[in-house]
Each structure stands twice: as C-alpha cells, then as structure tokens.
Design a protein around this ligand. Sequence first.
Ligand SMILES: O=P(O)(O)OC[C@H]1O[C@](O)(COP(=O)(O)O)[C@@H](O)[C@@H]1O
Ligand SMILES: [Mg+2]
Ligand SMILES: [Mg+2]
Length: 332
Amino acid sequence: METNTDQHIAVPVGVTLDRYIMHNQNAFSFATGELSQLLRDIALAGKIINREINRAGLIDITGGFGTNNVQGEAQQKLDVVANIRFIRALINGGEVCGIISEEEDDIIHTGNNQSKYVVAIDPLDGSSNIDVNVSIGTIFSIYRRVSPLGEKPTIEDFLQGGDKQVAAGYILYGSSTILVYTTGNGVAGFTYDFSLGEFILSHANIRSPQDGKIFSYNEGNYNSYESFVREYLIECRKRSYSARYIGSLVGDFHRNLLKGGIYLYPPTTKDPKGKLRLLYECFPLAMIAEQAGAKATNGFQRILEVEPVSLHQRAPLYIGSETMVNELMNLI
Ligand SMILES: O=P(O)(O)OC[C@H]1O[C@](O)(COP(=O)(O)O)[C@@H](O)[C@@H]1O
Ligand SMILES: [Mg+2]
Ligand SMILES: [Mg+2]
C-alpha cells in the first residue's frame, strides 16, 4: 500500500478528501476545524461547477453573458455561473468573511463577520476554452484575516502578500476532474469519482521534476517579448523541447507540474504588466509550485514576494521546474 512519508501525515492513496483533511487537521493541536470546513466548502462548489460544465451544452450556459468584468474582459455564461456558485457555497459554508473574485469589481462581504478567513478566487480559468471542450479550471487562495473579528473585512485582508496564504489550490475540469491543494505542508491531488460523488486521494505528496522538456507560452505574442525571453525560447527550440499550450493556465500548469516544464506569460504589448492576476492566479499557483519543489517568478523576484497593492493587479509569470526557471532567469 502506497503511503506518503514526507511532511504529511501518512495517508493511504484512495482515502476521501474529507478523511485526508481530518488527518491533517489532527496534526495541528491549534486547529479548530474552520479551515478544514472551508476546504470542504470549496470542494463542494467544485462538484457543482463540474456538473454545470459537463452539461453546459445541454442547459444553454455556453457563449457570452453580454457583460464585461472589471478587467474589461467579456464574461462567458460559465464565468458568471461559476462565480455565483462559488460565492454561494462560501457564504452558506459560513467560514469566510470576505471574497474577491476575478468576476467582481470589489470585495464581497459575506456577512459572516465572525469568520476568520478571506478567499480570492478565479472561478473559471481558461475562459477562452469554455465552449470548445478543452480543460478549464478554478483557482483559489485563502488568508487568515488581519482585520478585527466581528467587523467587515478590509482590503488589507487581501493584500497581505503571497507568503501569508494559509492555503491555495485549483480544480482542473479535464478528462478527469482533480482538486490539488496545499496548506503549506506539501501538495496533494484528489480525483473526483462521479459514482461516489467524492474527491479521492490520487496524487499523494506531489513533487515536481527538477528539470523538464516542455515549454508553454502563446506563440502569437512572441514578437512583443523581451529579448531574454526570446533567447530562452530559442534555446528550448534548439533542444527540441515540446511546445505545449492549452490556453488554460490551470491545465498548462498542472501538466508541467507533474511532467516537468515551464509556463511563461511575459509582459506583452497588449498587457505590459503581464496578463495574469497576482491575487487569484499567480500567488496560489506559486505557493503550489514552491511546495512541490518548483519555482515561480515575475522575472525579478519570487512571485510570493511581489508586493500586492490592488485587488486585480497583474504580474508577469514564469513558473515551473526549478532548473528551467533558473536558466531563464540567468539570461536576464
Ligand atoms: O489567450 P492568451 O493571451 O494566451 O491567454 C491565455 C491565458 O489567459 C487565461 O485564460 C486567463 O485566465 P481567465 O480565463 O481566468 O481570464 C489563462 O487561463 C491562460 O493561460
Ligand atoms: Mg484565470
Ligand atoms: Mg477566470
């Protein structure tokens, strides 16, 4: 029977997410169960969104919603559905006092002001792939609030910095549905078993290969990249590395995390500060990456050290196997 021995509590592959959360909670004498319940609420929202995605074409939730989000991006119907489902699950769960979302301009006050946690989410990642049956995802990041209990959360609760995340993760809706998360003690993955309606531990203690042969970026932006990025991509081609780009950050990140590879979204003419959002795309994936032995940088510093100054701030992202990220950084 395979067990994980590293930093985690030894948990056999095949146990449910619930049981795994309990095992990990018991490891911390100060744990009160609120974070555990919050992780369960996120998993529940993931199951609901998974169901909506699977039957999207049957219940007319494909295509545009006719509105733009705060980033000026056209919202897809599933962006809006996923956003509503997540917010509802977190409010009903009662463990969260505030939420920020890619699809909402400002902080969502849940009314649960006695709760300790705030959550930042990208309800549906890979929006351009929604209607064409290509893997998409959800990304989440959790902080313990710094504002006083009993009061409404404030922007400071969300701008604490990447190293202050108490948990982070994503759900990948692909050929199978998998939830991957960390609470700062390694990374584990849970595959959704439809027949049981349960997330089951399938990837205990994920470690990313030190090096890789896969590189992921949008070739269409190549001409607007800085010279060090183009130099690195030329080197990858010279070495006949595999170019793989789904166009869903979660999907590209997950593949490279398991197989070894690097994902690059540098500044472009269209997005001179980078395209991806620091609080609910870069920070959570950077925490996962580092916990799995990989690296994440904005080109100049660890992503987790980038100072957050606004809710929907963007950042360049270079994330993946340690050797590959180091090689890229050595070209600056
Ligand atoms: O189409 P582009 O410019 O390559 O951008 C693709 C990237 O943008 C994203 O779709 C942005 O995320 P959202 O879909 O959540 O807005 C990433 O998932 C993806 O990696
Ligand atoms: Mg996204
Ligand atoms: Mg999104």
